[in-house]
Design a protein around this ligand. Structure first.
Ligand code: ACK
Length: 223
């Protein structure tokens, strides 16, 4: 009989240490609490509620994921294209169980997702799969996404609205970065944490004045 192939995980990524997770959740929840009280946000409330005048409690609106992480490669137990090749990369094998400090440089809020943008270091980009930024991206958006720096999709999903899958956070982030690149920025509001920008259709981007760093471990995850 043939030796059994090692099984592939659901995904690889950087996982926040438990104490870091608490700290990031608190800091980002504080931002959500402030966001839904801003006049600028209330002006566009119907993009979240479907109705003008209706209020929204963003803390309730988004459901937090089980464990905060930044996905590098979604393998889907080997069903995803390039899963095996990624798992066999020397850089990946060498990095398993190692510590990495991630740098969160922005937060995004859309009617679908709440996420943190992660700015990868050169060492971290080595673990970013080739072509990962453009996977599942709408054809119309592809030319702009291809012009963004490698790893632009890197993020931590902080919450999804009802019925939305976490994969949406990276897609929402890319859409926002593409709109910024085209200069399509709307209202700007100065907040304690940084500059908040509105990008149409309920999309908000907070560029952090100071990055939020988080200690993580690079590892694989299977359910
Ligand atoms: O927030 P995320 O990066 O979005 O973390 C989860 C993780 O894998 C486990 O589901 C991400 N994910 C799911 N499907 C895909 C996909 N097709 N491409 C890239 N990432 C994905 C999801």
């Amino acid at each position: 009989t043939k030796p059994k192939e090692p099984e592939l995980p659901l995904f690889f990524g950087w996982f926040l240490l438990p104490e870091e997770e608490e700290r990031i959740k608190c800091a980002t929840m504080d931002f959500l609490k402030t966001l839904d009280t801003l006049e600028a946000f209330k002006e566009h409330i119907s993009e979240f509620t479907g109705e003008a005048e209706k209020e929204v409690d963003l803390e309730q609106y988004f459901q937090s994921p089980l464990q905060l992480h930044c996905t590098t490669k979604f393998c889907d137990y080997g069903k995803a294209e390039g899963a095996k090749e990624y798992a066999e990369l020397q850089a990946v094998k060498e990095s398993l169980a190692k510590s990495y400090e991630l740098s969160v440089t922005a937060l995004i809020v859309t009617p679908r997702t709440f996420g943190a943008r992660v700015s990868l270091t050169e060492a971290q980009v080595k673990l970013w799969p080739e072509g990962a930024d453009k996977e599942g991206v709408a054809p119309a958006l592809l030319p702009i996404v291809e012009a963004l720096p490698v790893g632009s999709r890197a993020h931590v999903t902080l919450g999804c609205s009802a019925g939305v899958e976490a994969v949406q956070t990276g897609l929402d982030l890319l859409e926002i970065l593409a709109l910024q690149k085209e200069g399509k920025e709307g209202t700007q509001v100065e907040m304690d944490l940084g500059t908040l920008t509105y990008l149409s259709e309920g999309r908000w981007f907070l560029a952090l004045r100071e990055p939020i760093n988080a200690d993580t471990t690079f590892t694989s995850f299977s359910e």
